[in-house]
Design a protein around this ligand. Structure first.
Ligand code: THG
Length: 293
């Protein structure tokens, strides 16, 4: 059983520790034009109002970090990602997760970012390891490692563990410490494969036991194509937290998901005196009263 590691990320003014001994860190997923027509159209038109609003509402709803993705087809991604990132840094001080598959956009964003970012992501493919890890090292960032490689996404938890191990080993050889690697076991949709949830959960258990690293996941992927996604997502996220996930990438505007995270932290003894749960309850009550008046 490996020791639980702490990943430290920061903004210009705030430091955040991600660990299984602390409250779960929600990484707000919404600053991402993929699958969001309104944001895509706004970014294409050079309008950053939606980005500003999404940053503020997600933090108000409980996101302790924000994922920033500017993947607009045909756009100059290094330039656009920098603009989106600057917009987010202008309105909030939570640490950011820079979500791009383009190494040039990544370097441009890390050059602009103030603090220690979480890079989203590299995977076990040779091409990815050799392009992303040197940039991560140069800027002293932390990085998400996806459990997939040149052969695709492995079907079994054991094979995903092996990919995680390969990423951790390669990062270590480059001088990136193991605590700065956050593993994503990969949540695929259960709409296509009913075992997708179980495989992700078992991968979390294996990776945590072997390496003690922090774990993230695009936790709403699991329910794509299913009805009543919020119920699925909230049950799944609570189970994944018990298995060892520490920083889910998800939508904090969905009450079921946020309350499931709070209840999971309470149930695992991370919420002293239930103060956080009670505070969130009062906030919901206040919002209800304001909506009624
Ligand atoms: N792992 C890592 N990073 C990731 C993912 C992952 N980044 C991208 C993605 N997956 C996580 N981000 C999102 C963002 C949005 C949605 C899901 C995952 C989403 N959007 C709504 C939909 O498609 O129904 C649109 C909602 C809206 O318009 O408000 O669900 O797995 N490391």
């Amino acid at each position: 059983m490996a020791k639980n590691l702490t990943t430290v990320v920061s903004s210009a003014t705030r430091t955040l520790e991600i660990s299984r001994d602390k409250l779960t860190v929600i990484i707000g997923e919404r600053i991402n034009p993929t699958g969001r027509k309104k944001m895509l159209a706004a970014l294409q038109a050079g309008d950053f109002k939606v980005v500003r609003t999404d940053a503020l509402t997600q933090v108000a709803a409980g996101a302790a970090m924000l994922d920033v993705n500017a993947g607009v087809p045909g756009a100059d991604e290094p330039a656009l990602l920098k603009q989106v990132l600057q917009t987010v840094m202008d309105v909030t001080d939570v640490p950011l997760c820079i979500d791009t598959a383009d190494p040039q956009a990544l370097a441009a964003a890390l050059g602009l970012y103030k603090g220690k970012a979480l890079v989203n992501s590299c995977n076990g493919e040779e091409r990815s390891l050799s392009a992303v890890l040197p940039v991560v090292k140069e800027y002293g960032a932390a990085v998400i490692g996806l459990c997939m490689d040149d052969d695709g996404i492995p079907e079994t938890p054991e094979k995903r563990l092996a990919v995680a191990g390969k990423i951790i080993e390669r990062a270590g050889k480059m001088g990136i410490p193991v605590e700065d690697i956050v593993i994503d076991p990969l949540a695929l949709t259960m709409g296509a494969d009913s075992h997708a949830g179980r495989v992700a959960l078992q991968t979390i258990e294996l990776v945590v036991k072997e390496f003690g690293v922090n774990i993230t996941m695009g936790a709403s992927n699991i329910s794509f194509g299913m009805p009543d996604r919020a119920y699925i997502n909230s049950a799944f996220i609570a189970m994944a937290i018990y298995a060892g996930m520490t920083c889910p990438i998800t939508n904090p505007l969905v009450t079921e998901v946020v309350t499931a995270v709070l209840a999971a932290d309470l149930s695992l003894g991370r919420d002293d005196y239930g103060m956080r749960w009670i505070k969130a309850y009062r906030k919901r009550q206040k919002a209800l009263k304001e909506a009624a008046s």
